[in-house]
Design a protein around this ligand. Structure first.
Ligand SMILES: [Zn+2]
Ligand SMILES: [Zn+2]
Length: 879
């Protein structure tokens, strides 16, 4: 294999030292500059060789004569480079870059510089190159400090002084790409942003946002210099013909990272004035490769070609005899599987496109391929003694079959004439005669027709920057190429949307969860795929596992969602994988799974009973509680946090004014249960008796009327008390509470006290005759205690009232300026909604103007503005 030779004198490197930082783009830029330097030194090399005398053998004289007869060469080249890397412990970095250059050139015989008798033959010429570079570089720490920058640039450049020299006697060739002059460099800018912390004093810090915008210049990499390598002479050994150089580098100096790759291809061929080889393929412009999901070893589709030798000017002269047509697929991709996830975890290195003489699909044009011999795993073929068509042109049919939705290759057709000349096939009538499969720009991985259909002409194949208004973190972790290559979902091929963020959810809950998934999708504008089968992903949860050389940015994960197991209220939960902090914003990769309580659970968090009876939702809002719950958990999986943390569930106990244990003699709620057991009353070894005090007074006021709830409940309690007294008078209880007077004499209370205490306790807890009746009917004792969930300013219930990330479980909040006093929200008065907030400011009941006071106020701790937190992209570190 050839490698790119670089003549880099060390002093040259030092001359071009850039300022301290060794960011990759700088390495890249340095390398590109150095390439120019390398080319300058080539002239010296040749001058030195010219001094030597040589004697040619008869065979060499013959070869020299043949080459001396070549007046011109045409050529084309492609250089492409791709790199991606991410990592870091505290400071997380991601780096991606993609560059491509392609061009054409023409060389003319340099009669002055050539000495055929000595076997030295020189051609010189010019060309033009078009190139682009895109890179993104970011480093962020978990606190949100760091920077990101990038550059997108493209341009066209003249190439001057391209040269091919052959030394027949030494079996040596030299080919260099000429020079792109500094005056032709493109002026461009590197842009981005940085977030830093500025220390104002020993205890005062300020976050500072900076815009990055600085000038730089750009010119593309061309192939550089080819010389000296063992393979350099090979294509010339047999005489003038089609010359193909392919070389690949991994982890090259150009980008300084192990993950980077570059590929270069140079194709050259002698120009003959009278003849040419036309290639025609019906449907070529819109063809894109496909694989077969049902049978992965079968082709998905294909395209047929016909190559014909014709005269450039249709003069009456006969067309010479063809010895054979040769076919070659050059640079065929070997991406594993047929698409990103099928078969899941594929490791094969099969070619994605193969030649065939007997296509298994209906060709769009007449096809007579029989007789062509295919070899090298479908990468080469030849047809000897080809037939002639009705116009007398020798022709050959060949087909290409595709085994992958994202394959690519280039079809090379060489026509060998009986007289020894070789001609290269060109796509008939095309501005760019190279037969790239599918039709695409040099260096690209994505079919031009797909780009056109999706309006993404200008995006690079590695692009991952889908934008949604209000969401500053772009992209979905899938490159443009990956969205084009697509997935197997439910046994069918699906593509991503290059303009929307794609996200995968494995929904084990099934249909009941679909409304919530749809809600998540509508508020985030994320396109959710949730119908993949278990065979279409594996334990890794990575949805783009099948990749080798094609643009891949990050292993992008799906999120798995189950019904919560067991009974009882477990709500919804997003579980992070081991080692991921609860404090950081999550990405799909961080989420082990989501579990959500089933909507049918009696008295569950999504039940109508609790939604209406306890959380005070309207009936309409209660019906959507489950969908909201699903959407809420999915939002956690894409980095959205609560508006604040905290909510306290409290049980407060009713105590009548006349209760013997009520020292205030006012009806009230208190903090301890009225229930006192015999166990409690025993004198412990410590000698300190159980306290009969029922705790602090808690004042609960209706939010809307300001009335005391205990006072409102007093008449009902008195009625229940009277009824129970009557019942006990008629049916004296078998156990007399009055016995406690002697058993627990250390309290010094009378039998009457204990009887009274017991009846107040039982009525408060609903453990009465009427209470048992109610329990038999409803399964619940009709006690007088109140379960109150208290939320405070800036806690989980704060912020925009209608945001899906706001908790809505608090039904009370502290009255400003008072201790142990709370406003309680009335049924139907808790409003929720189905949106994602864009500000921490409290709305509705949380609004500063809400009467009698704002319930939970603004979101706190940097939370709120939930829309801006949405990021399903595993490549973007949480910050
Ligand atoms: Zn949550
Ligand atoms: Zn919000």
């Amino acid at each position: 294999m050839l490698s790119l030779r670089r003549l880099l004198p060390t002093h040259d490197r030092q001359d071009r030292t850039f300022e301290g930082r060794t960011r990759d783009w700088r390495l890249a830029a340095t390398f590109w500059m150095l390439m120019t330097a390398a080319l300058l030194s080539s002239t010296e090399l040749r001058a030195e060789d010219d001094e030597e005398k040589s004697t040619l053998s008869p065979a060499q004289q013959e070869l020299s004569r043949k080459f001396a007869g070549i007046a011109s060469w045409e050529g084309r080249f492609t250089y492409e480079s791709y790199g991606v890397e991410s990592g870091g412990d505290w400071n997380k970095y991601t780096y991606t870059q993609e560059g491509a250059t392609s061009g054409t050139f023409r060389l003319e015989a340099d009669r002055e510089g050539s000495f055929p008798e000595r076997g030295v033959i020189v051609w010189k010429g010019d060309g033009k190159a078009a190139g682009s570079l895109r890179y993104r570089d970011s480093t962020w720490n978990p606190r949100g400090f760091g920077s990101e920058e990038g550059m997108d640039v493209s341009g066209t450049w003249p190439m001057r002084g391209i040269e091919l020299t052959l030394w027949i006697d030494k079996s040596h060739a030299f080919l260099h790409s000429g020079i792109i002059e500094e005056k032709d460099y493109v002026q461009t800018r590197i842009t981005g942003r940085a977030v830093g912390e500025v220390n104002l004093s020993s205890s005062k810090y300020e976050t500072r946002y900076t815009t990055i915008d600085r000038a730089t210049t750009f010119h593309p990499i061309t192939w550089g210099t080819l010389s000296d390598e063992p393979g350099i002479w090979g294509p010339f050994r047999g005489g003038p013909g089609v010359v193909v150089y392919n070389y690949e580098q991994k982890g090259g100096y150009a980008w300084g990272r192990a993950a980077s790759r570059s590929k270069t291809q140079v194709i050259m061929y002698p120009v003959y004035d009278d003849l040419e080889v036309e290639i025609e393929a019906s449907g070529y412009d819109t063809w894109r490769p496909e694989g077969s999901i049902a049978q992965t070893d079968k082709s998905g589709n294909g395209l047929a070609f016909r190559a014909r030798l014709v005269r450039k000017s249709g003069s009456g002269k006969s067309i010479p005899d063809v010895k054979k047509f040769r076919f070659e697929l050059v640079g065929t991709s070997r991406e594993p599987g047929v698409c990103l996830n099928w078969p899941v975890g594929a490791r094969d290195s099969e070619y994605d496109l193969k030649l065939t003489a007997a296509p298994g699909f209906r060709t769009a044009q007449p096809f007579t391929g029989v007789g062509a011999k295919i070899s090298d795993q479908g990468q080469k073929g030849e047809l000897k003694n080809p037939p002639r068509d009705d116009k007398g042109s020798p022709y050959a049919d060949i087909a290409v079959e595709s085994y992958d939705f994202g394959g690519r290759s280039e079809l090379l057709v060489v026509c060998e004439l009986e007289d020894g000349r070789e001609l290269i096939g060109k796509l008939k009538g095309a501005a760019d005669p190279a037969v790239r499969l599918p039709k695409r720009a040099a260096g690209d991985w994505v079919a031009q027709s797909w780009r056109d259909a999706h309006g993404v002409k200008a995006l690079s194949a590695g692009d991952d920057e889908e934008k949604v208004a209000g969401q500053p973190l772009n992209g979905d972790g899938f490159t443009l190429y990956e969205e084009y290559r697509g997935w197997a979902i439910g046994g069918k091929h699906y593509e991503g949307d290059p303009k929307r963020k794609d996200f995968f959810v494995r929904n084990y809950i099934g249909r009941p969860a679909e409304a919530g998934i749809a809600l998540f999708s509508s508020v985030t504008q994320i396109r959710v795929q949730h119908r993949q089968t278990d065979q279409e992903f594996n334990l890794s949860r990575v949805m783009n596992l099948n990749h080798r050389d094609a643009p891949h940015r990050v292993d992008q994960h799906c999120v798995v969602m189950f019904n919560a197991e067991g009974t009882g209220s477990s709500g919804g939960r997003t579980h992070a994988i081991k080692g991921v902090g609860a404090g950081q914003r999550w990405r799909p990769k961080d989420v082990q799974n989501i579990t959500v309580e089933m909507p049918g659970v009696t008295d569950g968090i999504f039940s109508a009973g609790r939604s209406v009876g306890r959380y005070n939702l309207s009936d309409a809002d209660a019906r959507q509680a489950y969908a909201r719950g699903i959407a809420h958990e999915l939002l956690h999986a894409v980095g959205v946090e609560h508006h604040g943390e905290g909510e306290d569930v409290n049980e407060f106990y009713f105590q009548a004014a006349s209760d013997p244990n009520n020292p205030t003699h006012h009806v009230r709620f208190c903090t301890r249960s009225p229930f006192i057991s015999d166990f409690d009353l025993r004198l412990p070894s410590s000698g300190k008796p159980y306290s009969l005090d029922r705790g602090r007074t808690i004042t609960l006021l209706w939010e809307d009327t300001g009335r005391d709830i205990a006072e409102e409940m007093a008449p009902a309690f008195e009625r229940a008390l009277a009824a129970e007294r009557a019942h006990r008078a008629a049916h004296p209880p078998s156990a007399d509470a009055g016995e406690r007077a002697s058993r627990f004499s250390h309290y010094g209370k009378s039998a009457e006290y204990w009887r009274e205490s017991a009846v107040y306790d039982d009525v408060a807890r609903g453990m009465t005759e009427a209470g048992f009746e109610a329990f038999r009917e409803k399964g619940k004792f009709p006690g007088f205690s109140r379960s109150v969930t208290i939320g405070k300013l800036g806690q989980a219930d704060s912020g925009h009232e209608s945001c899906l990330m706001r908790y809505y479980f608090a039904n009370a909040y502290p009255v400003a300026g008072k201790t142990d006093t709370y406003y309680v929200v009335r049924g139907g008065q808790n409003h929720v909604g189905n949106l994602l907030c864009q500000s921490p400011v409290g709305t509705g009941a949380n609004d500063a103007g809400h009467q009698p006071q704002p319930r939970f106020g603004d979101a706190s701790g940097g939370n709120g503005n939930c829309l801006s937190q949405v990021c399903p992209n595993d490549a973007i570190p949480p910050h």
